[in-house]
Write a protein that binds this ligand. Structure first.
Ligand SMILES: NC(=O)c1ccc[n+]([C@@H]2O[C@H](COP(=O)([O-])OP(=O)(O)OC[C@H]3O[C@@H](n4cnc5c(N)ncnc54)[C@H](OP(=O)(O)O)[C@@H]3O)[C@@H](O)[C@H]2O)c1
Length: 261
């Protein structure tokens, strides 16, 4: 199923969760992949599986994306190899639950580095190349928390609000240049996220929790359809609708309860 054209899908945070699932679904479509994360052993195990199952062409890149010079180097390396990234999945991200004042400022700033600064730099570098080729797709992984400030997720929900608003604006700016930008806003999903964010899983969260497979499928479909944003899953769509249909005090409290804040 491998294609020979020089057209690649770059997935950040491909060593687990959604990123790993994006790699599987794009490999099944016959796409060539650039997989990026810090844990090289995980990337190598995944690429071995994808080469065997689908004959996928895969490049593994071990990069700490919270370092902007490392992001710039990654882009430079790929350009030097003549790799044309036509689909960019800006998925790597990190969350943290707890009162803002209980976290060291370094923890909050690290989240901003990865979730905002790195995503913005990746978008700038690769969208520029896409605009020159007049083709490209960028999927930004935002969150259901993009829609409101949530107690005990202050920096994370603000960072994801940035991702959503940034993507909405770029969607309008770049569509005339042949570059599609779409935001995917998942709710709680069964990945490594909760553990690395020190998140408590409430019964309500367990009830609405989605598997990565339908979330990723919804993201790829929305990107291919040229949509501005998508919220996967009925329960998540209903929670988003509440942010438009109810007073802020009500839906903020509801979301804080759902998130166990
Ligand atoms: N799961 C959810 O409930 C949920 C809901 C809404 C939004 N999201 C968003 O979905 C995205 C993916 O998260 P996930 O749920 O799939 O969680 P996950 O399983 O923890 O995956 C996170 C990925 O990001 C990579 N990553 C983290 N820090 C990195 C860094 N400094 N440099 C490079 N890669 C880094 C990790 O790889 P390494 O550790 O190997 O570097 C891993 O592959 C995130 O943006 C998250 O905010 C998740």
């Amino acid at each position: 199923m491998k294609t020979n054209e020089n057209s690649w899908v770059l997935i950040t945070g491909a060593s687990s969760g959604f990123g790993e699932e994006f790699a599987r679904q794009y490999a099944a479509q016959g796409k060539s992949l650039v997989l990026v994360a810090r844990r090289l052993d995980k990337l190598e195990a995944l690429s071995k599986e994808l080469r065997e199952r689908f004959g996928t062409e895969v490049i593994n890149e071990q990069v700490d994306l919270s370092s902007i010079p490392a992001v710039i180097e990654l882009h430079k390396r790929l350009v030097q190899q003549g790799i044309a990234v036509d689909v960019l999945i800006n998925n790597a991200g990190h969350g943290l639950q707890g009162p803002f004042l209980d976290h060291a400022i370094d923890q909050s700033l690290a989240m901003i580095d990865l979730d905002i600064a790195s995503l913005t730099t990746m978008t700038r570098l690769f969208a520029q190349d896409m605009r020159i080729r007049r083709r490209g797709h960028i999927l930004q992984i935002a969150s259901l928390l993009s829609y409101q400030g949530v107690k005990n997720f202050a920096v994370y929900s603000a960072a994801k609000a940035y991702v959503l608003r940034f993507s909405e604006a770029l969607h309008q700016e770049l569509k005339g240049d042949g570059v599609i930008v779409t935001a995917l806003c998942p709710g709680m999903s069964d990945t490594g996220f909760a553990q690395s964010a020190n998140q408590t899983l409430t019964p309500a969260l367990k009830m609405v929790m989605m598997q990565p497979e339908p979330v990723v499928r919804a993201g790829i479909r929305a990107l291919q359809a040229g949509r501005m944003s998508v919220v996967p899953g009925f329960g998540n769509k209903a929670l988003t609708a509440l942010t438009w249909a109810t007073p802020r005090r009500f839906h903020q409290r509801l979301m804080a309860n759902v998130m166990g804040a």
